[in-house]
Each structure stands twice: as C-alpha cells, then as structure tokens.
Design a protein. Structure first.
Length: 309
C-alpha cells in the first residue's frame, strides 16, 4: 500500500508540468466559452439597457418566435441545412482528394509550394473574395460575361439578379476557399500511416488506386468520422461572409442565399434587439448539440471504436 501511495505521489508530481502547460488553454476556454454562457438568460428576457444585462423583464420564449413566425422561416432553415450538407459531403471528398494528391509529391519544393497555394485562399478575407467573385460576375466588365460567354457565343447573364445560379456559385467559392485548409488534417493522417503496409501491398501487386481503396481510405475512416461529426454540430450555423458578402446582399437572391445567420443580422439591424439575437444563437447551438448526439449515437451503434464518446 505504501508503494502504491508513493507511485501516485510521483505520478502527480510528474503531471504538474503538463498541467501547467494546459493552464493557458483552460483559462482561455473558461473566459471565452464558459463564463459567457451566463448570458444565455438574455434569450428569455426583453431588452432594457437601463436595467442592465440581467435586469430586463422575463418574456419566456417570445424572443424565439420571430425565427419561426416569419414567412422566410422555411427558406432560411432549408438553405442553412442543405448548404451545410453539401459543404460537408463535397468538402470532405475534395479535401481527401487534395490530401492524396499532395502526399504523392516527392519533391520538397513542389510540395511546399502547392501546400501554401492551397492554404492561401483560407486566409483571405471573405470581403476580398466577394470582390474577386464580383470581378468574374458583374454585368459591366465581368470576366464571365465579357470574355468567356461572349467567346462561346452565349448571351450575357445578370448573375446578381438570378437566384438559380447561386447554389453552385456559393459551393464553388466555399470549396475553393476551404478545401485546401481542410486537407491538412487528412495529409497529417496519411503521413502518419505505416509505410510498411504500402510496401507489402506493392509486393502483392497492388497499384496506387488499389492501395488508396484498400489501405488509405480505411485508415482515414476514424478521421473522416470525427471531422464529419464536428461539422454536423455546426450544421445550423452558416459562414456569414459567404452568404452575405459574396452575393453583395442582393435582395433578388434571398431565396437561395438567405440563411439563419444573415436573416438574424438583417433583422437585428432593423430591430436592434439583443434578446432575439441571443435566442437565435441558443436555438442554433441546441439543435447542433442534439444533431451531434444523434449522429454520434448512430456511429456508436455501427462502429463503436470510431465514435466521439
């Protein structure tokens, strides 16, 4: 028993340096993520600056009603969920393909060059990207209208007044911006795989495609599942810049660009009600939490080794 106590004491003593290393991150999470959760109560109160944050009158679920009573409730919910589903599916496929291609580069210079080129779009502001897109699509001097469509003998298109084109445009912009950044995790996973497995496969006559199908993708499955589950938790949130800045806030495009985040922003600009804004944030977080729990439960039943918890 004495030896066990000594061992525990030594273990705690050796753990202190590691615990101190985690302290800044824990403090950050506490200040940035947990303490502000007390403000959730604002979602159930009316706004009253004179009485302070917690001094407003209790209104229950009245702040949530504006999300569901508006005629755009179905449109913005549909757009938010469907866009995120498309982004998860196509984004994951593109990120894996990029990671596979990047790991095949043997020259260090080319590898570094292409990695930087792929990651560059993710660090560009969405405001800048919106003007890059505008340079392609504007009616007066856009590259598509004045060069490509004209060369093909096709009539010009008023891109910012026709909503039907924007699901494709927004998907392309999102993939261009985020696929390279998302591929980093997959590249790291592939780099950590045991190379002897590939050498054995080569000896058995397996080509590159067969190695990807039978070795790389199965070994990537845990990473894909974890990243997908994390993305599912954000399925009710949208990239505000993508859906507000890139379409240039064009009213003609609202049927395909309106999401919960852009609707709340526009509503808050008019009503200036922080209670409603807090209610929408809480609604998105709760739905995201429920979806993660459901998705993780499904994964746990199918393959318990790859579930989050």
């Amino acid at each position: 028993m004495d030896m066990e106590k000594i061992t525990r004491r030594k273990s705690r003593k050796n753990s202190w340096p590691l615990l101190m290393l985690t302290l800044p991150g824990l403090v950050y999470l506490l200040i940035n993520n947990y303490i502000p959760m007390a403000g959730v109560i604002i979602a159930f109160k009316s706004q009253n600056y004179a009485k302070g944050i917690f001094g407003g009158e209790w209104v229950g679920f009245d702040n949530f009603s504006f999300l569901f009573k508006t005629k755009d409730a179905w449109i913005m919910t549909r757009n938010t969920i469907l866009y995120n589903l498309v982004f998860i599916i196509i984004g994951t496929i593109c990120a894996i393909i990029l990671a596979l291609l990047m790991t095949e580069l043997t020259k260090k210079f080319l590898s570094k060059f292409y990695q930087n080129a792929l990651i560059l779009p993710s660090v560009i502001s969405m405001v800048v990207i919106s003007y890059i897109v505008f340079a392609f699509l504007n009616s007066d001097s856009g590259l598509l209208n004045k060069t490509i469509l004209t060369a093909l003998g096709m009539s010009e298109i008023s891109w910012y007044s026709q909503a039907k084109y924007w699901p494709v445009i927004l998907t392309i912009v999102y993939i261009w911006k985020m696929a390279g950044y998302s591929s980093i995790v997959y590249m790291a996973s592939i780099a950590g795989m045991d190379k002897s497995i590939y050498e054995a496969a080569k000896i058995d006559g397996a080509g590159k495609l067969r190695q990807i199908k039978d070795i790389t993708l199965p070994l990537l499955k845990p990473t894909i599942i974890i990243l997908t589950l994390m993305a599912v938790g954000r399925i009710m949130n949208s990239d505000f810049g993508l859906f507000y800045q890139v379409p240039m806030n064009s009213g003609a495009l609202y049927s395909t660009t309106q999401t919960i985040d852009t609707f709340v922003y526009r509503a808050m600009m008019q009503l200036n009600d922080t209670g409603m804004a807090a209610a929408s944030g809480l609604y998105q977080s709760l739905v995201g939490f429920i979806l993660v729990m459901v998705a993780n439960g499904i994964v746990r039943k199918i393959d318990s080794d790859n579930s989050l918890f």
